[in-house]
Design a binder for this molecule. Structure first.
Ligand code: ATR
Length: 275
């Protein structure tokens, strides 16, 4: 049977096997999708093992997205822009790396949340791997403007420099800022920082939220709760990262299986399962 995995460390918490099992059932595909724990110093070895076993591809999660990108022989332009990969295809000519996190975010915002991105003013909080993965697709969605705001300004600057040509091509204005200096209101605020993981407060002024703005945290469950409460309290529409998770998986499934799964249905089922 066709075999796929999600690999990470830790990986036990991953919802990806459940999501892909539902995609397979709803599209009539027969496949196996499992969890694969890779030792922190054993990513390449684990990939080699999977290929030797005949596995067709895998999703990659923390902390291996950068290593996955570097291991691949072929990289899509969006993976190159992110410098990271969450999706590997094992093909006869080698390992191909893609990054579907950004398209997952854009499809969740435009499709599931019903918020049009074209021409909108977007604030992206953070400049680490999570932010790098979504900046390119946000630009390609032809938003009007993006401010990349980070605690460490230099990292935001680097992201803006590496995406400047793409932004120019799509007519999007792009700027970097230190988190503490961002005060004006935005239509859409995306939290790609890891601040909530350490229990820190939302690292930006609530003035960044226009009334009714979409405020999306790329995490879900308890990790997203603080940001979502903050957004709700300040008049924004909160959203967690569960839809992004399902949509990045849908893009992977579509590439692997040649059919687009009914992701809104699977997102609704997942929310019901998680209560
Ligand atoms: P990931 O792959 O999840 O993006 P990362 O590459 O380590 O992880 O990036 C973490 C991001 O969260 C960074 O933008 C980091 O800011 P710095 O670049 O200044 O380190 C941000 N971050 C983490 N904790 C934070 C906090 N308490 N307040 C604000 N930003 C924080």
């Amino acid at each position: 049977m066709d075999q796929y995995y999600v690999m990470g460390n830790p990986v036990e918490h991953s919802r990806s096997p459940w999501i892909h099992a539902r995609f397979a059932a709803l599209t009539g595909h027969t496949l196996q999708y499992g969890k694969r724990l890779a030792p922190l110093d054993g990513f390449a070895r684990t990939v080699a093992d999977m290929r030797a076993e005949g596995c067709l591809g895998c999703n990659v999660t923390v902390p291996f997205k950068f290593e996955a990108f570097q291991l691949a022989q072929v990289q899509t332009p969006r993976a190159r822009l992110a410098g990271a990969s969450n999706l590997l295809h094992f093909r006869p000519d080698g390992i191909h790396a893609d990054n579907t996190d950004g398209v997952g975010l854009v499809n969740d915002i435009c499709g599931n949340a019903g918020v049009a991105l074209a021409g909108r003013d977007v604030l992206l909080l953070g400049a680490g791997g999570a932010a790098a993965g979504v900046l390119g697709p946000l630009i390609e969605a032809k938003v009007g403007h993006i401010t990349v705001a980070n605690r460490t300004l230099d990292k935001a600057r680097s992201l803006v420099v590496s995406h400047a040509a793409l932004a120019l091509q799509h007519g999007v204005t792009l700027e970097s800022a230190a988190l503490a200096t961002v005060q004006r209101p935005y239509d859409v605020v995306v939290n790609a920082t890891a601040s909530s993981l350490s229990g820190a407060d939302v690292p930006v002024s609530p003035q960044v939220l226009k009334p009714g703005a979409l405020a999306l945290d790329m995490m879900y469950g308890p990790a997203a709760a603080g940001f979502m409460d903050w957004a709700r309290t300040h008049g924004a529409v909160p959203r967690d990262g569960l839809g992004m998770l399902v949509e990045q998986a849908a893009e992977a499934f579509a590439q692997w299986r040649g059919v687009r799964p009914p992701s809104p249905q699977v997102l609704a089922e997942l929310r019901a399962t998680l209560g």
